[in-house]
Design a protein around this ligand. Structure first.
Ligand code: IVH
Length: 689
């Protein structure tokens, strides 16, 4: 008894504090679900010990305190709330149907009751009063009896008609509904706020409620708000339709926004079907909802059922699991992604949210951590909507431990990558901190290998994602250099790797050793270096060693290379782990014709036209073409008298015959290599002198 009194007092104080934060300051400290829990706990204690109830207990009033700045409005018809249930869909709808039937005195032989089912919008309840078709007043719900006059703010909303669309409008018509914010509007608004360095809204619900309770209508006017009607208040001089669904249709005809996601149907089965349909599509809806609402459709039956205390017997709300909850941050770690991006992840005290237990949530990147100012030890709002990964929405500053924990900084906490020990950097203009050990880092291994083997990189046919997965998972390959150490024996145990395919793969690996500098640079997977930049770099520097020795100023002299690309290159080659892999690749026999930056017109093949035909034994056609071009030559598609050489591989056909007829010089792969080698020698000389 003693303990309960203390708890009741504490709960009342806590709830009042949140009421003030929510209703007066427009700055909620906790998610609604948390508030509801406190409220329900107090209600439960008061039900158990009614003698503890006092008139000033927060349970004894329906809504919140009135905000000083708005004039009070006494509702002609009280704005009540609906009974809310969180049981499972089937039992909830059946229990509601059973209660309704019992109250109406129906038994099994009577036909099913017709219901209307609609969405439970998540915003702020508003009463719009139209007199002779003109909007004269808009009021919040307040405590249900008396609300606040927010007409000026509501008038700024384009979604709400200032005049009803009717030739002879009702004398008085009060439309009740919800003001809310669509998700896309919320995102757009927040993006704009952030850009302007202004505070963002925590969620659409607070965005809507906060806007309407802005004392300055000019501020309210900037918030993108929507409205849906769900019922009526006082009515004079209007023929109210016989059903709820008919009423909403009539309101729609008057130009009042009504949500299309609603049905009418017979018995509990219709309600269950609606519930399941909406629950499945909840995350695809353009706005947040917190459940569905079931209503007896016939208004005469609604009147017959009446009210129980402050809740109608003819309606019930079915809440979906809350998508936001409170929990504490136990730690902040990073996850290294496939491209080296380091994503900060909050480790959380387990919490049930959005239908699952969540133990960690993404913090996205350093900018987001800074913006939300999330620290280890903080109480935070976590959100999990549908299949979207859980995220930390905001820190509850009010509950920050004292003394305050330090701010979290990724680069300070993780100067080196937790996966591979390479340096972590954050490039200018990028939101992500990144591991620079691209060729070496286990987190980036698969991605690096796939890129390395790609058609436009080293072009190793057969080395696709399934094989890369196996090679990495079995520890056969750690870095791209290990690819050149593969053997028939090592490949033997792999899935779908018959001797023939293993031999083909090894041949493709062997062939890839002969490449071009541009391909090799591209294959390294340096951040921000695409195929074109790789070609520009190869052309400019001519040899890998010159590229390795390049300073930032040298790099900036290359066509289209700006500071970010230059930094990416410098950081990549500054990482000893990466250099080690590059050197191992060269030692394994990966090679290319090194050019010394001499212009192509002086190469050994300058002015020469070559035609390739048949399969070359140890060189792809693409590579051969690039090497010929690098030596100043041109590759043509057909043989003519102007052709200088035909390079004929295995199973060469008509082109070879034609070359023989025209007396064009014919080379095999070895001959081509000799020719290209003399190009290298020449150029080495050119460099030597
Ligand atoms: S009907 C007498 N229908 O939920 C019944 N309310 O507790 C009047 N709400 O704050 C309410 N969507 O703002 C009704 N489709 C809907 C609703 C809805 C959201 C809100 C309403 C009120 C609370 C009811």
């Amino acid at each position: 008894m003693h303990v309960d009194l203390a708890r009741v007092t504490a709960l009342r104080r806590e709830i009042e504090r949140h009421n003030h934060a929510y209703y007066v300051l427009d700055a909620p400290l906790i998610p609604d679900a948390e508030y509801d829990r406190l409220f329900r706990e107090l209600q439960a204690l008061e039900t158990e010990y009614p003698e503890l109830i006092t008139p000033d207990s927060p349970t004894q009033r329906v809504g919140g305190k009135l905000l000083g700045g708005f004039a009070p409005v006494r509702h002609a018809v009280p704005m009540l709330s609906i009974r809310t249930e969180t049981d499972t869909e089937a039992s909830g709808a059946r229990a509601f149907d059973a209660r309704v039937r019992k109250e109406l005195g129906l038994d099994e032989r009577d036909p099913p009751v017709e219901y209307a089912a609609e969405l439970k919008f998540d915003g702020l309840a508003i009463n719009l009063r139209y007199e002779h078709g003109v909007l004269v007043q808009a009021a919040t719900r307040g405590d249900g009896e008396t609300g606040e006059d927010v007409t000026q703010n509501i008038r700024t909303m384009r979604a709400i008609p200032l005049r009803l669309n009717a030739e002879s409008p009702p004398t008085a018509l009060e439309v009740r509904g919800e003001v809310f914010m669509r998700r896309d509007d919320f995102e757009r608004y927040n993006a704009k706020q952030r850009e302007a360095g202004k505070p963002a809204l925590v969620n659409p619900r607070n965005g809507a409620a906060g806007s309407i309770r802005q004392l300055d209508p000019a501020i309210a006017a900037q918030r993108p708000l929507s409205f849906f009607a769900y019922g009526l208040g006082e009515v004079q001089g209007w023929n109210v339709p016989a059903t709820h669904s008919g009423t909403l249709d009539a309101l729609a005809a008057l130009g009042v926004p009504v949500c299309a996601e609603r049905i009418t149907g017979l018995g509990a089965a219709a309600l269950i079907a609606f519930h399941d349909d909406i629950a499945a599509r909840r995350d695809q809806l353009p706005f947040d909802i917190d459940g569905v609402v079931y209503k007896v459709n016939r208004l005469d039956l609604q009147r017959e059922l009446g009210f129980l205390t402050r809740e109608p017997r003819w309606a019930v709300a079915h809440k979906f699991p809350a998508q936001e909850q409170l929990t504490t941050v136990l730690g902040i770690e990073v996850q290294v992604g496939r491209t080296g991006a380091m994503t900060p992840v909050a480790r959380l005290a387990p919490v049930f949210v959005g239908g699952v237990t969540v133990t960690n949530a993404t913090l996205h990147n350093q900018d987001e951590i800074d913006r939300k100012d999330v620290r280890v030890g903080d109480t935070v709002i976590v959100r999990r909507a549908g299949d979207v990964i859980p995220e930390v929405v905001a820190a509850v500053l009010d509950r920050r431990p004292d003394p305050a924990p330090p701010r979290f900084n990724i680069l300070q906490r993780y100067p080196v990558c937790p996966e591979c020990g390479s340096h972590v950097v954050r490039l200018e203009g990028e939101s992500a901190a990144r591991c620079t050990g691209g060729l070496y880092c286990p987190a980036q291994r698969k991605q690096a290998l796939l890129h390395f083997a790609g058609r436009r990189a080293m072009d190793i046919e057969g080395l696709g994602d399934k094989l890369v997965d196996q090679l990495v998972e079995r520890g056969l390959v750690h870095t791209p250099a290990d690819v050149y150490g593969l053997s028939l024996e090592k490949l033997a145990g792999l899935d779908r790797m018959a001797e023939k395919s293993a031999a083909n793969l090894l041949a493709a690996i062997e062939t890839s050793k002969t490449t071009t500098l541009a391909r090799f640079i591209f294959a390294l997977g340096i951040r921000n270096i695409g195929e074109t930049t790789a070609k520009d770099l190869a052309k400019h520097f001519g040899t890998l060693d010159r590229l390795l020795a390049a300073t930032e100023a040298d790099l900036l002299a290359v066509r289209d290379v700006g500071p970010i690309v230059a930094q990416s290159i410098i950081q990549f080659f500054a990482e000893p782990h990466n250099l080690e892999v590059v050197n191992t690749l060269r030692a394994a026999g990966v090679h290319w014709p090194e050019l010394t930056g001499l212009v192509q017109s002086t190469g050994v093949l300058a002015g020469k036209t070559l035609v390739l035909t048949g399969a070359l034994p140890a060189m792809t056609r693409e590579a051969a073409k690039e090497m010929i071009e690098a030596a100043g030559g041109k590759v043509a598609g057909s043989v003519s008298k102007k052709t200088d050489y035909v390079v004929a591989g295995e199973e060469a056909g008509s082109k070879l015959t034609k070359a023989q007829e025209l007396g064009v010089a014919i080379l095999d792969e070895a001959g081509l290599r000799t020719l290209l080698a003399s190009n290298n020698n020449n150029e080495q000389h050119a460099l030597d002198f």
